[in-house]
Design a protein around this ligand. Sequence first.
Ligand SMILES: [Zn+2]
Ligand SMILES: [Zn+2]
Length: 483
Amino acid sequence: MVICFQCPDADDSSEDTKKVYSPLTLEKLAMQRLLREEALAISALKDLPHLLFPVMFEEAFINGHTKVLTAMIPVWPYPYLSVGIMIENRNLETLKAMLEGLDILITQKVRSSRCKLREINWRNEYHDVTGIWAGSHELLPRLMTQKQPVQNSPGCGVKKELKVTTQLEITEGRLDESDRYLFQWAQQRKDSIHLCNRNLEIQGLTKATVIEIFKFLHADCVQDLMLCHLSIEDFDFLNPYLRQLNNLLNLTVCHITDTLRMGDSDMSLLPPFHCLQKLSVNESPYIYGNLKGFLRCLKKPLASLSITDCNFSQSDLDCLSYCSNIFELKSLNLDSINLCDLLLEPLGFFLERVGHTLKYLGLESCGIQDSQLNTLLPALSQCSQLRVVNFNDNDFSLLFLKELLHHTAQLSQLESEAYPVPLECYDRDVILKHRLEKFCPELLDILRANRMPKEVTFETSQCFNCGGYYIYDLETESCHYEI
Ligand SMILES: [Zn+2]
Ligand SMILES: [Zn+2]
C-alpha cells in the first residue's frame, strides 16, 4: 500500500472523457428520411444498391422499424448478416422481426435472385463495431489478430441451407427471453435451420435450464465455454453435459468455490477436453491445492494458460513443472497470484521447459521478492521467443532489477516489456518521483547496450489515496502521472 505524496488533481478535461461527436453521414440521413415511411422504404428495397443494405438495416434496427427488417431479410444481397453485441435496440422485437423475415425466406417457393443470405449472426461478441456487418464473423479483421486461437476454426460440420449463430448465456440459471425465443423458433424449423452456438456461458446453475438446453444444443458446435459462479458439487451434475463438448477450444472458469474444502486433491474437476487450446481461470478459491487435478482435463498441448487472482499452494506451483500438456505454451499469465511465500524453483523448471515456445509471460502483482528472483533468471534467459513480458508490481531493489534487465536484454524478440520501479523509488510508502527520473534512464541503458528496445515501461504501485501511479516510459523518456 503506497501513496504518491502529492496526489495531482485529476484532470476532468482529459481527452478520454470528451465525447466525440461525428456528423451523420449523408447515407444515414437519406436512410432516416426514407424510413419515415415504412411502406415507401420497403418498396424501395428492390432498387436499393447492395452497398446501402447494411446502412439501411442498421437504421431500421436501431429505430425499431421492424416491418422493414422483416422485408430486408428475403432480399439480403450478402451471404452474412452479423448483428454486433453492442448495437442499440437488440431485443426480442428486433429478433422476432428478423426471424419473420427468415420464415418468409424458408417458405418461398421461388427465391429472389438477389438474396444470398446463408448465415445470420445474432449477438456477435467479436463484433467490435456497434452496427451491422455484412461479412462472416470469422472474417472480422480484429478476430484474426487478437482473438486467437479461433483463427483456424473450421465450420461446425452441420450443413443446412440457413444458419443462425448465437452465443448462449445462462445467467443466474436462466436464459434471457430472446435466447429462449430463438431456441424454440429454431427447434420448430430444425429441418431447414441450423442454430449454431459457438459460445456457451453458464453463470450460476439451474439444473432444469441445463437439461432443457442440452436437449436442443448441438454440442459439437460449442467452441468457447465460460463457467462462472459454480461450486465444485455442481460439476457432478454438469460433467455429463460438458463431456459432450467435443470441439471445445477455449475454456474460461471464474468464481469456482470449493465448498467441500477438498484441498490437495488429485481428483479431476472437469471431463477431458481433447482439443482445448486456451484455458483461463480467474478468482477461483477452488484452485488452491487442486491445480494438478484441475489440469487433468487437458488431453492435448495447450497454447495459452492464464490463472489470475487465485491462491497457489506450493504443490500447485510444483505441479506446473511436471503436468503434461502445458509444455508447448505460447502464453502464460499468472497475474495476481501471490508467490512471495513460495519456492520458485518449480516455476524456473517450468520456464525452461516452455522456453522454446513461450511468447507472452505475465507475472504482474505476484509479490516476487529479490531473494526469489535469482531462481527464475537462468530459465528466463532461455525463453528466446518471448515477445511480451510483464513484471509490474513486484518488489525488486535496484540491484536485482538491474540483474533482471541484464537477462531480458538478451531476449532479442521482445517487443513490449513492463517492469516495476525499484524499491528505492519509495520512501517507506511514499512514491518519490524524482528517483524514477534518476534510475530509469540507467535501467534503459542496460537494454540499449544489447538491443534496440521497442516498448518499455517502469511503473510504481498504485497510490492508495488517489489510485494513480507514476510511469516512466521509453517513448517519452520521462515520468508522468496516470490514473
Ligand atoms: Zn495519490
Ligand atoms: Zn453449428
